[in-house]
Design a binder for this molecule. Structure first.
Ligand code: URA
Length: 264
């Protein structure tokens, strides 16, 4: 791919277009070991070597991160006051990263972060029915027919009923951890259970939509309350349980190709 030098430098996070143009003008930048002063030069991102102050600056067209989102952080690219999920990605190369979809401030778990708009669009498209699986700790009296109610779709106050959702009840936190090796959720469960006199039910819930507060509103519609929510998967991507809340890693080639195969 061929792009202008100033775009190359700005894309890699070195500064705004104006800032990187100044870098070039001040002689800080070289192209294949020759100093350059012209920001409009076309760069071949595959073969040209760009250095700034003698250090090679690689070009990343796309970046793909898996973040274990902690509670208390908002799902946004930037915010004037609050810390965002993007602030957690410390060694990002691109400035145009964004979260794929949205988790509530108090929801934890898997969040994909990328600058691949095409992929994000397809993952979020209602037509693609990409499954998202969450673990929910739920208080309140559970109706006997809850599985059918979730399968049939619920009126949560929107124009349309929710699309069918699949529910599975785990009889104990250790049974959940036998299926998903997530030590963090065990700690969380014990903390919450110690703090409340209500009994907590542990549900795995899989939905294919992404409506605002969807899972919380679905449980509310049957007279229950979600007291904790964590996303475990999105499409083919399963949360890496070795990531502590707030930690992240780059998607592996295998994860990426599986993810892309849903729409190619
Ligand atoms: N459903 C919710 O209620 N909250 C989330 O963060 C995600 C799904």
């Amino acid at each position: 791919m061929k792009i202008r030098l100033d775009k190359y430098l700005a894309d890699t996070g070195l500064g705004t277009r104006t800032e990187v143009k100044a870098l070039v003008k001040n002689g800080a930048v070289s192209l294949n070991d020759m100093p350059v002063k012209d920001s409009s030069l076309k760069i071949d991102t595959e073969t040209d070597i760009i250095k700034v102050h003698g250090k090679i600056i690689g070009y990343y067209e796309y970046e793909y991160y898996m973040l274990s989102k902690p509670a208390g952080i908002i799902t946004a690219s930037r915010d004037k006051k609050a810390k965002t999920v993007l602030d957690l990605i410390e060694d990002k190369k691109r400035r145009d990263l964004f979260p794929v979809g949205r988790l509530d401030k108090d929801t934890e778990g898997l969040l994909l972060i990328t600058n691949d708009g095409d992929m994000a669009h397809k993952l979020l498209s209602p037509k693609k029915h990409v499954s998202k699986t969450y673990i929910a700790f739920v208080s309140g009296e559970i109706p006997d027919n809850i599985y059918q109610l979730f399968k049939d779709g619920l009126d949560i106050g929107d124009d349309k009923k929710t699309k069918p959702a699949e529910l599975k009840l785990y009889p104990s936190i250790s049974e959940l951890c036998n299926v998903y090796p997530d030590n963090m959720i065990e700690e969380k469960y014990n903390l919450i259970a110690n703090d409340t006199s209500d009994s907590l039910n542990i549900f795995e819930i899989t939905i294919t939509e992404g409506r605002y507060h969807e899972i919380k509103r679905m449980f509310e519609a049957v007279g229950c309350a979600v007291v904790y929510l964590k996303r475990y998967s999105m499409g083919s991507i399963l949360l890496d349980f070795s990531l502590k809340p707030g930690e992240y890693r780059i998607l592996t080639d295998e994860e990426l190709s599986k993810l892309k195969s849903i729409y190619t």
